[in-house]
Design a binder for this molecule. Structure first.
Ligand code: NDP
Length: 287
């Protein structure tokens, strides 16, 4: 782990550990936390990208090198943050990337790599911070999921699977840690103007002609949305902070009109299907 500054023990407020803090939502959340007077441990694969932010907030931004798919790094980084700062109040499991491909097109390795990034890394980070949060009787874990963590569509099955996994884990986690004063917030953004769709960040599985009609449009639309997405990451970060500070923090927070529309529509479809088949559901109990 590398830190570029000596910590300022006088700084008050919460200590945040944010993964993928060099770009997009992670960077916006770092800025919102700094605006609230908090201290940010900004984790990134290339921590030098955070030097300018650290220089602008002396003693309040601490860049650390962390690839969240490297389980060995996770325990060491959390231990070092606790040694230097004494506490972690907010863990934001934000690092991530997109993957486009039909289920048949997506390889085992692609699935496993994305599970490492969106599920096993965040699970390990969560386990690592919980003992200290439990002992201090407060804390928050923010899980950056997606509207694709609530429902899926052609071409994003692998991506959704990883976010569904994170959401399932987090739903149970919220119940387990509430008695210790720890909040869990699952964030479900729609399409936001971050680095997600551009600069080669979006991974595409090798295409099969059979899926040209169903997945082909997604392969085109996602990259071409870069820079034109409706969602503003700064507003998203402010909304996340407000939700964390609310008396009744929601378990899930959809962000963006597109996410609100699609998630609500999905509820209706799912509810109707459950009602249509309810007699069959109820018919399978023992007499
Ligand atoms: P960005 O591409 O702007 O940021 C992603 C960040 O994750 C980068 O800092 C990137 O670092 C980092 N990252 C990627 N892989 C790793 C890794 N193995 N270890 C550590 N850091 C890594 O995209 P967003 O800000 O949009 O993405 C943040 C989260 O938001 C993701 O979990 C994404 O799934 C989610 N999301 C985004 C949506 C959107 O429309 N933008 C919609 C729904 C969800 P590096 O520069 O090193 O690659």
């Amino acid at each position: 782990m590398t830190t570029t500054h000596t910590p300022d023990r006088e700084s008050s407020g919460r200590v945040w550990l944010i993964t993928g803090a060099s770009s997009g939502f992670g960077q916006a959340l770092a800025e919102v936390a700094l605006g609230a007077g908090d201290t940010v441990v900004a984790a990134a694969r290339r921590p030098a990208l955070l030097d300018a932010l650290a220089a602008a907030h002396p003693g309040r931004v601490f860049p650390v090198a962390l690839d969240v798919t490297d389980q060995a790094q996770i325990g060491a980084v959390v231990a070092e943050v606790l040694r230097q700062h004494g506490r972690i109040d907010v863990l934001v499991n934000n690092a991530g990337r997109g993957l486009v491909g039909a289920v048949e097109e997506t390889t085992e390795q692609e699935l496993r790599d994305l599970m490492d990034l969106h599920f096993f890394g965040p699970a390990a980070l969560t386990r690592a911070v919980l003992p200290q949060m439990r002992s201090q009787g407060s804390g928050a874990v923010v899980q950056m999921s997606s509207m694709g963590g609530r429902f899926s569509f052609a071409g994003v099955g692998g991506y959704s699977a990883t976010k569904f996994a994170l959401e399932g884990l987090s739903e149970a986690l919220a119940l387990e840690v509430a008695p210790f004063g720890i909040k869990v917030l699952i964030v479900e953004p729609g399409s936001f103007r971050t680095g997600f769709a551009g600069g080669g960040a979006l991974q595409q599985s090798a295409a099969l002609p059979a899926y040209e009609e169903t997945v082909g449009p997604v392969r085109e639309v996602l990259p071409s949305s870069d820079g034109k997405q409706p969602g503003d990451p700064a507003k998203a970060a402010a909304a996340i902070l407000a939700a964390l500070e609310a008396d009744r923090t929601p378990l899930r927070l959809a962000l963006g009109s597109d996410a609100a529309d699609a998630i609500l529509a999905n509820f209706e479809t799912s509810r109707q299907e459950a009602l249509d088949w309810e007699p069959v559901s109820r018919s399978t109990d023992f007499d």
